[in-house]
Ligand binder design. Sequence first.
Ligand SMILES: Nc1ncnc2c1ncn2[C@@H]1O[C@H](COP(=O)(O)OP(=O)(O)OP(=O)(O)O)[C@@H](O)[C@H]1O
Ligand SMILES: [Mg+2]
Length: 229
Amino acid sequence: MTAILTAHELVRSYGSGATQVHAVSGVSLELSPGELVLLRGPSGSGKTTLLNLLGGLDRPTSGTVVLDGVELSSASEDELAAVRRRDIGFVFQSFALLPVLSAAENVEVPLRILRTPVPERTARVAELLAAVGLADHANQRPYELSGGQQQRVGIARALAARPRLLIADEPTGQLDSHTAAQMMALIAELVHEHGVAAIVSTHDPRMAEHADRVLQLREGALASGRHAA
Ligand SMILES: Nc1ncnc2c1ncn2[C@@H]1O[C@H](COP(=O)(O)OP(=O)(O)OP(=O)(O)O)[C@@H](O)[C@H]1O
Ligand SMILES: [Mg+2]
């Protein structure tokens, strides 16, 4: 299948001279629609740095990222912001929900930003909350939800605008192992069902069973790709 995301020889360095750190050094990868790729690697190996480059939150020192035909590394700030709103869903380890908004309102935020008409918005939010098993919790605020439920709201929000690419940086880092496995299974199901390309970082080796492919980062470089199952 044609790749939706192509990264070529990505390098991201911090600092200069003797103190320079190569957080990402020469990473090339492709992601296809409907594919869930796991990004593993020890702390400091460059996972967050790489995901930020792939999602247009940061720019590479050298190399290119092309998402659906758009070259992110040379795009203007406005173009980047538009791509992030329209084409990319982000899931964060800390959930990053807005505390004064209900579960439904949190999921609705990306659709408000895109000015999706209200009836369509309402239908989409209901559909997503049902998909993540929270139809009965739509009106609860984040502090009235468990960690796993909050992360499900985060996943629903990330998928609200029907992105082409889902980027999740340790989405299960704050969850117990049982809930973490449920969350990965849910992400895998949604990715496969909706043909989204997803890249998910984790420390947890048990998550590999839910992925189509596992990438291993070591000191900023991909060690080896392995097909799971
Ligand atoms: N803004 C920055 N300035 C300088 N160095 C940085 C910066 N951000 C990250 N680094 C360095 O880049 C390297 C990779 O960091 P990164 O956060 O990508 O690792 P990680 O794999 O996500 O780690 P963790 O599993 O702990 O989240 C580290 O050595 C880190 O210190
Ligand atoms: Mg990180």
